[in-house]
Write a protein that binds this ligand. Structure first.
Ligand code: ADP
Length: 332
């Protein structure tokens, strides 16, 4: 492409492209600045024309170099928000064509990232604070009886398990391909899996779970499957009144096994149902909420079901309750 021609056609060309476009001459001076570039950078055309990037921005990372294919750049604005703009640069006749990406997309990602960090830190901080508080109480309270100590230790254990689950969910959520979740299958009774689930929940929560699963045997990764069921039960309890129970039913036929986890809790509105299995999706708009949670549980549970060739579906009515149905096919 000839630079002169590009300069001549720049305005028509730039108006045609939705990303912000800038043209720099071989000296690195702005020779073209599209309306979208002005919008994204916050710098008007008249201010940008005839200036170098160093004059316009706080930092360009990496500095412009020869680029036969578009090179990604991060450009930091000089305004008080110090925004990081994503751009790419391509060498044209010794000069450069710069393209600034659609900012909203990056802002949405940045926003999501900070919400995730906030939610995850909150999930980690609460149990750590509880563990610390109970350990300190144990040390400080000289009059505590052996029974008191047992109670403190039970809470510490419960919170440590919760921490373990949060970290495990984060690790599982990071494994993109569900196929890789499954390390091996064994044939186990659903009862044994539900015992494991009860252990993960701890005695207080396990007491609120009704089990109806008779003599069912499943070929699965028992550790993963217990994790998925525990997640569904945990949600059923979390999104229900304190005293409410959650019912786990299971049945098996020639096609496979169906496990239903039903609660009579707050339910999920129709507008949220399509998204609840998405990574980091939470119904409460504020991620750091009273109920806690990073929006990973259902994503991980569904990944585990899929890793077994199965599915999880939801049926829910607002203020009435939710039933999660986990189906595992007979192994081909
Ligand atoms: P979280 O960590 O927020 O619980 P999940 O992925 O487990 O994340 O669930 C996603 C969202 O789906 C939750 O924020 C909650 O609003 C909703 N949800 C999940 N299970 C239930 C349930 N049994 N009853 C009501 N709402 C639920």
């Amino acid at each position: 492409m000839n630079l002169i021609r590009v300069e001549g056609d720049f305005d028509a060309f730039a108006a045609f492209v939705s990303d912000g476009i800038a043209l720099l001459n071989p000296e690195g001076i702005v020779a073209g600045w599209s309306p979208a570039a002005a919008r994204i950078t916050g710098l008007d055309r008249v201010d940008a024309m005839g200036r170098s990037l160093d004059e316009l921005f706080a930092r360009v990372d990496p500095p412009l170099g020869f680029a036969l294919v578009p090179q990604p750049l991060l450009i930091f604005t000089r305004d008080e928000n110090r925004r990081a703009l994503h751009a790419s640069a391509l060498t044209i006749d010794g000069g450069w064509l710069l393209s600034f990406g659609q900012q909203q997309r990056y802002e949405a990602i940045e926003q999501l990232k900070s919400e995730i960090v906030a939610a995850v830190s909150h999930e980690l901080k609460t149990p750590i604070a509880t563990i610390k508080a109970f350990a300190t109480t144990m040390r400080a309270n000289a009059e505590a009886t052996a029974a008191d100590h047992d109670e403190y230790l039970a809470t510490i254990e419960e919170q440590a398990d919760h921490l373990g689950n949060v970290v495990e969910n984060l690790l599982l959520a990071g494994r993109v391909d569900p196929e890789h979740l499954l390390t091996g299958r064994t044939s186990v009774s659903l009862d044994a899996i539900l015992d494991d689930v009860a252990e993960r929940l701890g005695p207080t929560k396990a007491a609120r779970v009704e089990r109806n699963a008779n003599a069912i045997s499943i070929s699965c990764d028992p550790h993963l499957l217990a994790g998925a069921i525990a997640q569904l039960v945990e949600n059923g309890l979390k999104y229900s009144p304190e005293s409410a129970t959650v019912v786990v039913n299971a049945e098996q036929d020639s096609e496979g096994t169906t496990i239903r986890v039903a609660d009579r809790g707050i339910g999920i509105g129709n507008d949220h149902l399509p998204y609840i299995f998405d990574r980091f999706y939470r119904v409460e708009s504020n991620l750091v909420s009273v109920t806690g949670g990073a929006g990973l549980g259902l994503y991980v549970a569904r990944s585990i079901a899929r890793a077994h060739g199965g599915t999880i579906d939801v049926e829910s009515r607002l203020h009435e309750g939710t039933t999660m149905t986990l189906r595992l096919p007979v192994r081909a």
